[in-house]
Ligand binder design. Structure first.
Ligand code: AMP
Length: 407
């Protein structure tokens, strides 16, 4: 039997680890799984192989190393026929920093740059590096076939007027303080999907992409190039997120420091881990938990309303960047794909002219009908497109290996 050339994709989050083995050519995913609640008492892993679902709950907290060991010894060994066909490993890396602006084979220089970018992505880059180190140590035969795919790469063409902050210029020039963006792999994936669905060439496509999940961001795409995005220097700016505040007046930091007499580290913890949906609702960072109490709990309502109101403001301002032609507004990510309420509240009354309007029935029944369009007749297309960051990483990894091995 001819060996397939499969890609192992690793996506390490702060308390999760996603893995997939994918054929980037026919887009078949042979094996995929997600370990969640790492470092907590309820660590667990679910995986799917040949349409069979498996699950294991652990009695003790599992670290990234523990779970990787489990995946190797319990899953990859059982599924040896699939794993033996892996020819390269694609790693999701959230922040490429100043220098890494496109997909690249990992070597020591690249690792150093990813380390330097930890300051811009303190939650994600360290665990992304941990994943890289684990595969380098475990599969030395593939050591030159480890590829880093960066979320920030999608933003490399954002114009300077959009990425500069209005602070002294030397802070950008000497220290690289600028808007870098995040979720680029997802935004770019849905951009390509949108171009196929709307039958429009990428370089003619103007759209607004809303990635709404645990982390959320919105990107303005003009003629196939991202021209602005809500995430900033770090993934803390922009929309309301599970535990992150998104946009705030910087003076709030000084206020907390002086009035509450708490340290900068504590303020960072509040804004990064105790704010967003969790902070406002005091219920959970998980959107489902908050949304389920929308009509019965005032704080849950505030949290969802602030989430949607801010998204609506971003969408409205990005419409102004489309030079008069908007081909579509796209929702993706766990919340974007699953919450009709969020889609409705963030689009409702958006357009004075009725040019952007949601069809309630299509919006509510998207899951059942699997039709991407949720707009009324005559409205600018509003679409729901499930993201697939793993497939995007597998495709980029294959392309990178092919290109770089010819050189
Ligand atoms: P992600 O980071 O893309 O995996 O998305 C995670 C977020 O999606 C969490 O806040 C979940 O609560 C939310 N989510 C997942 N399924 C649903 C659903 N059916 N309805 C509303 N939110 C959901």
């Amino acid at each position: 039997m001819k060996k397939k050339k499969l890609i192992l994709v690793l996506n390490c989050g702060s308390s999760s680890l996603k893995f997939s083995i994918i054929n980037p050519d026919n887009e078949i995913c042979y094996l995929s799984g997600i370990a969640e609640c790492l470092y907590l008492n309820n660590s667990q892993i679910k995986w799917n192989c040949n349409n069979i679902q498996y699950q294991k709950l652990f009695l003790n907290p599992m670290s990234h190393e523990n779970i990787f060991d489990f995946i190797l010894k319990k899953i990859f060994i059982t599924e040896k026929a699939i794993f033996s066909q892996v020819v390269a490993i694609g790693h999701r890396v959230v922040h490429g920093g100043i220098k890494l602006t496109s997909t690249t084979i990992i070597n020591n220089k690249v690792i150093n740059e990813i380390k330097k970018a930890i300051i811009f992505s303190p939650i994600h880059n360290p665990v992304n590096l941990m994943g890289i180190q684990l595969t380098l140590n475990t599969f030395p035969e593939l050591s030159k076939k480890n590829v880093a795919v960066f979320d920030t790469a999608f933003y490399k063409n954002i114009p300077k007027k959009a990425y500069l902050y209005a602070i002294p210029y030397y802070l950008y020039h000497d220290y690289g303080i600028r808007r870098y963006g995040a979720h680029g792999i997802s935004h770019q994936y849905v951009m390509y999907q949108t171009s196929v669905i709307l039958n429009k060439k990428i370089n003619q496509l103007n759209m607004i992409s809303c990635h709404l999940g645990n982390g959320s961001s919105v990107s303005a795409i003009y003629k196939g190039i991202c021209v602005d995005t809500s995430m900033g220097l770090t993934p803390l700016e922009g929309l309301v997120m599970g535990t992150r505040s998104g946009d705030i007046d910087p003076s709030i930091i000084f206020f907390m420091y002086k009035k509450l007499k708490i340290s900068i580290n504590e303020i960072n913890t509040i804004l990064t881990f105790k704010s967003g949906l969790l902070g406002l609702s005091n219920i959970s960072s998980d959107f489902r938990d908050v949304e389920s109490q929308y009509y019965i709990n005032k704080k849950a309502k505030y949290a969802v309303d602030v989430f949607c109101y801010r998204l609506k403001k971003y969408i409205s301002s990005y419409i102004s960047l489309m030079n008069g032609v908007l081909d579509g507004i796209v929702f993706t990510g766990g919340i974007g794909e699953n919450s009709p309420l969020v889609r409705k509240l963030s689009i409702d009354n958006l357009s004075l002219m009725g040019l952007i309007s949601i069809d309630e029935e299509k919006n509510n029944n998207f899951k059942k009908q699997k039709n991407h369009f949720i707009n009324t007749n005559g409205s600018i297309p509003i679409l729901v497109i499930p993201t697939n960051e793993e497939l995007a990483i597998a495709k980029k990894t294959k392309k990178c290996i092919n290109v770089q091995s010819i050189q």
